[in-house]
Design a protein around this ligand. Structure first.
Ligand code: C5P
Length: 232
């Protein structure tokens, strides 16, 4: 007889910026009817709150306090893609939080161990029935080490920069592709070389290189993996 599952099932999807995680995680969560944790948004919010409050990136105790007391709401948005509206201290920051500048601040605050520790309980609170899709860098290694399915997505730096370029241009931003490539490489370096929770695949993770693959192909591959494990 099949044993009932005791804990809330989790699918972790980790990988560097631009590997396609955000979109496939949203699709997967919607298809399964599960919750979604966009952990990158939490680090971005700490970076944005630090900038708004004039907190220096070297002031680790103040960054820890900000991370532990983030006043944020994730509300259902009205666009088709299912993107949530993010409200920080009463202000709608849905767009601001996605900027390249805030991404760079996020990767600086993310290198501070006390900030990571302060966000741990908040991230784990997203694990509610019937299941959770968790998007990030250390979801499978640190935050949900007991996840039922762990995936690590990669793609070449130039392909990731090109994807980001298309997203930003579609939003009407002015960006330079060579600048995006060097920013992505710098962010990868910071994320993989940091002492605390560096970006690396869990030994149990399924590795998937998405270079040359479309979102639909990646999504279908993940859905197949979820089905193989009895999660869908
Ligand atoms: O995924 P996103 O680009 O929104 O993440 C922004 C930054 O937050 C990353 O470059 C990384 O430094 C940090 N991050 C992290 N751990 C996570 C999610 C994001 O360190 N689980």
């Amino acid at each position: 007889m099949k044993q009932p599952r005791m804990s809330v099932p989790v699918i972790t999807i980790d990988g560097p910026s631009g590997s396609g995680k955000g979109t496939v995680c949203r699709l997967l969560a919607r298809t399964l009817g599960w919750s979604l944790l966009d952990s990158g948004a939490l680090y971005r919010l700490v970076g944005l709150a630090a900038r708004n409050h004039g907190v220096d990136m070297d002031n680790h105790p103040a960054l820890e306090v900000l991370a532990g007391h983030l006043d944020v709401q994730f509300e259902p948005g009205d666009d088709e893609g299912g993107e949530l509206r993010i409200v920080l201290e009463g202000d709608d920051v849905t767009q601001a939080v996605r900027s390249e500048e805030v991404g760079a601040l996020a990767s600086q605050v993310a290198a501070v161990g006390a900030v990571r520790a302060a966000l741990l309980a908040r991230q784990r609170a997203f694990r509610i029935q019937p299941g959770l899709v968790a998007d990030g860098r250390d979801m499978g290694t640190e935050v949900f080490p007991d996840a039922e399915l762990k995936v690590f997505l990669t793609a070449s730096a130039s392909e990731r920069a090109a994807r980001r370029y298309r997203q930003l241009i579609a939003k009407g931003d002015t960006v330079s592709l060579p600048r995006l490539v060097s920013d992505i490489e710098a962010r990868d370096r910071r994320d993989t070389e940091r002492a605390v929770s560096p970006l690396r695949p869990s030994p149990e993770a399924v590795l998937l290189d998405t270079t040359g693959l479309g979102i639909k192909e990646v999504f279908e591959h993940l859905l197949r993996l979820a089905r193989e494990r009895g999660l869908a």
